[in-house]
Design a protein around this ligand. Structure first.
Ligand SMILES: [Zn+2]
Length: 512
């Protein structure tokens, strides 16, 4: 959980979230039949079918951007944010979105480039001018030219109106626009782990529109074109795809979106180099900028891996140093610590608990809003005390889309000026079996007083030149690596082989 994101979230629309029994909105995509409109492509100037008008794309992008910022959290580093925005705007200036022949409505659309606080390697764009890179991706880049190609690629998706093209194909537009209307239903079944990932509404649907390979190839081409025109050595972009390839070859690694929805990174290395050579011939002037020093100056001290200050699990206890609380996790359950919620999932996905902050002022008020939801029948309710703190407990029942019955157990606990919410869910038949596990975190919620855990700090990257020519491995102090980051991961971050020799003086990204 990310504290600043939570605070921001409170200020945002309350109603949308309070209407939800659980943050399950992915089901919305199936609703409604398509409605396709004809529009102009900013790249080719041709007219074709799109799922949305450009104005709708901008509106949807703006709405989904709020959800993305809440869900992932924006990385707290103004200098780095300003730098990414600056490079993004430079690339944008060379794109089809800003050419004199492009219709005014495209030229006037503002673009935004954001750094998200996630260790996952990812970059993506939303329709209407919103581009994102994660801090995990930034740690993997070695210079500004590589960033330029990545941002150019994302601008390409927006300019190519790829999401809108896909929406026209999948005919989900009405589902998106009606998203709010279906919120408030209880859903259960299907892939619970996916459902509780928590990305709600428009953002989830826009991101679920995976691009076609042709879209990706077009974006790769545009990324190289725009970066070259801005004076960058776009062939550098290939280095990043090499890193992606190595990452995907590691066994047991879950595939970040960037990889799973994009063409084989191996092929792309070659394609990017070829494209860069072609564009180099076509564009006047020097295309040699790499700007490694400038890049390293802004990513020095970037967080490596997970940030334990936003919560971590140790021996089946979840600790949150920033918010100063702890609670036990049901034994053997999987924990997903998202920006705005923590989800605990039974291994067979038969039950789960979601934990988050309520926007209500008191446990009673929060409980009333919860109990008053359409489709929910209250079975039991009453005041409670959780480790001496005032709390309210509600047991409710609701119907699933498939016609089954689920039980939802909720605790609303007052602590440190906030109301914390636990919502646990299992089918009515299995509720008795899972009740002890569901109650475990709820009744075990308590203040975190342990100094060592309160003071935990994330591991950061520091940039240091290699003191001698030697194998990269010899520069890695394994005791400094955070959980989940191996020496080989660090080699990939540095775009070197673990056993490969690095020359003296080469700047290395090392854990501090
Ligand atoms: Zn892409």
């Amino acid at each position: 959980m990310n504290t600043s994101a939570l605070r921001r979230r409170v200020a945002l629309q309350r109603a949308r979230f309070l209407r939800l029994v659980l943050p399950i909105l992915l089901l919305v995509a199936a609703v409604g039949s398509g409605c396709v409109s004809t529009g102009t492509n900013p790249i080719s100037g041709n007219t074709r079918a799109y799922g949305y008008s450009w104005e709708q794309e901008v509106k949807l992008g703006t709405e989904a951007d709020q959800q993305i910022q809440q869900q992932y959290g924006v990385y707290d580093n103004e200098e780095l944010s300003a730098y990414v925005e600056k490079v993004g705007q430079e690339i944008l200036a060379e794109s089809h979105m800003r050419r004199p022949s492009t219709p005014e409505k495209f030229r006037n659309t503002e673009f935004h480039f954001r750094v998200l606080d996630s260790p996952i390697i990812n970059a993506f764009a939303l329709p209407g001018g919103y581009c994102y890179v994660t801090r995990g991706l930034l740690a993997h880049l070695n210079n500004e030219a590589q960033l330029a190609v990545v941002l150019g690629h994302e601008i390409g998706h927006v300019a190519g109106r790829h999401a809108s093209k896909q929406a026209a194909k999948q005919q989900i537009m009405q589902g998106v626009l009606m998203g709010g209307a279906v919120a408030g239903q209880v859903a259960f079944g299907g892939n619970v782990a996916e459902n509780v990932m928590g990305l709600g509404g428009t953002a989830a649907q826009l991101l679920s529109l995976s691009y076609s390979r042709d879209n990706e190839r077009e974006s790769d081409r545009l990324g190289v074109e725009y970066a070259t025109m801005a004076g960058y050595d776009a062939a550098e972009g290939a280095e990043f795809f090499t890193s992606l390839k190595r990452k995907s070859e590691q066994s047991g690694q879950s595939l970040p979106t960037w990889q799973s929805t994009h063409p084989d990174p191996g092929q792309r290395e070659d394609t990017i180099i070829k494209l860069a050579q072609e564009w180099d011939q076509q564009v006047e002037g020097e295309q040699t900028a790499r700007n490694q020093d400038a890049y390293y100056a802004v990513i020095d001290q970037i967080i490596l891996g997970q940030d334990p200050r936003q919560g971590f699990v140790e021996n089946e206890v979840f600790y949150h140093p920033d918010l100063k609380f702890r609670f036990p996790v049901p034994s053997g359950w999987q924990v997903q610590n998202e920006t705005s919620q923590v989800a605990m999932i039974q291994p067979d996905q038969e039950a789960y608990v979601v934990f988050r902050i309520s926007q209500a002022d008191t446990p009673t008020a929060a409980a009333e809003e919860f109990a008053g939801q359409e489709g929910l029948t209250v079975v039991e309710r009453g005041q409670e005390s959780v480790n001496g703190r005032s709390a309210y407990r509600v047991l409710g029942e609701g119907k699933t889309q498939q016609g089954g019955t689920v039980r939802v157990l909720a605790y609303f606990i007052s602590y440190d000026g906030r109301v914390y919410v636990f919502q646990g869910m299992a089918t009515a038949q299995q509720y008795a079996t899972y009740r002890p596990a569901l109650e475990r975190p709820m009744t075990g919620f308590d203040e975190l007083v342990d100094r060592q855990r309160l003071d935990v700090q994330p591991t950061r990257i520091t940039i240091r030149p290699a003191s001698r020519a030697a194998a990269f491995r010899t520069f890695v102090d394994e005791s400094l690596l955070p959980d989940g980051i191996t020496p080989n991961d660090l080699a990939i971050i540095n775009q070197v082989e673990l056993e490969g020799t690095v020359e003296q003086g080469r700047p290395l990204k090392l854990p501090q």
